[in-house]
Write a protein that binds this ligand. Structure first.
Ligand code: SAM
Length: 277
């Protein structure tokens, strides 16, 4: 007998506050034949809290490649499954990508049940430009690699979003202040939606000093956001400097700087007087 395929539901769960599990998430988790969870020990209490007794199976980075095929076979046979991670939206710095890709390749319907995501929650409260942003996940754990990554991102004009753990937050903020510049605006969003939630927006150097000086601010889970590089001003300065270099071959430096500033819109002082001009 031919079965219609089931659906793979990708269900977001709370990032701290149980009140954030949506009614549709509860309904979906009740209705499916099985829930694939990153860590069943973590998800079981959540299900119990909501009186959901759907069978759980573990799907994590180490078994996802092997298990995906079997799960796709179940979906093709008509079962519907849900995918959850320990917290927030699956696949966002969490497992699930291989299963979702395999489901698409097998022609199975994949449907998200949207909900909490630490990156988006933090962005919504950070007060940094949010029209364009880049999610970078976790920076490398080793300091050399972390600094190189920050250096590669220093000129990025879009708001940057990073995840960070408690044991690396101090080093990360130190490297961020050094690599992006201590004056660059940022935001530390700690323990979002939980009892000790703290959202602080300030210059990176100040954020670093503040976290450094208060052990309580070094606990919990973190999203660190960094304002994008100031694109138009940088571009103006670059154009102004280039003009100045050409004009100064024919005009006195002060006059060359005045003309270059007028044409490029860069501040005259930034062009005249410094060797870098
Ligand atoms: N899938 C999750 C999501 O949608 O946000 C993220 C999972 S990732 C493995 C865990 C990281 O997310 C934490 O180390 C922290 O950086 C961030 N995070 C998760 N919950 C958070 C919270 N309540 N407040 C701040 N950051 C959080």
């Amino acid at each position: 007998m031919q079965h219609a395929s089931g659906t793979l539901w990708v269900v977001a769960t709370p990032i701290g506050n149980l009140g954030d599990l949506s009614p549709r998430a509860v309904e979906t988790l009740r209705a499916v034949q099985a829930i694939c969870a990153e860590d069943t020990r973590h998800t079981r209490p959540l299900l119990q809290q909501f009186g959901i007794d759907t069978p759980l199976l573990a799907l994590h980075d180490h078994n996802e490649a092997n298990l995906s095929e079997r799960l796709v076979a179940r979906l093709l046979a008509g079962e519907s499954l849900a995918l959850v991670s320990d917290a927030g939206t699956p696949l966002v710095s969490d497992p699930g990508y291989r299963l979702v890709a395999a489901a698409h390749e097998a022609g199975i319907a994949v449907s998200p049940v949207p909900g909490p995501c630490a990156a988006i929650a933090a962005l919504s409260a950070a007060g940094l430009a949010s029209d364009r942003f880049v999610f970078e996940g976790f920076l490398p754990a080793k300091s050399g690699a972390r600094r190189s990554r920050i250096e590669a991102l220093a000129a990025e004009p879009r708001t940057l979003i990073f995840y960070e753990s408690a044991h690396r937050i101090r080093e990360m903020l130190e490297d961020a202040a050094a690599g992006f510049g201590g004056d660059r605006l940022g935001c530390v969003a700690r323990e979002v939606s939980k009892r000790f939630e703290t959202i602080r927006r300030d210059a990176l150097a100040s954020l670093r000093a503040w976290v450094e000086s208060d052990a309580n601010q070094q606990r919990g889970e973190f999203v660190v956001l960094v304002a994008g590089a100031d694109e138009p001003e940088d571009a103006k300065l670059e154009a102004g400097r280039s003009l100045y270099r050409k004009l100064v071959e024919h005009l006195p430096p002060s006059q060359a700087a005045r003309v270059a500033a007028e044409i490029s819109g860069a501040p005259r002082k930034a062009l005249y007087g410094g060797e870098s001009a």
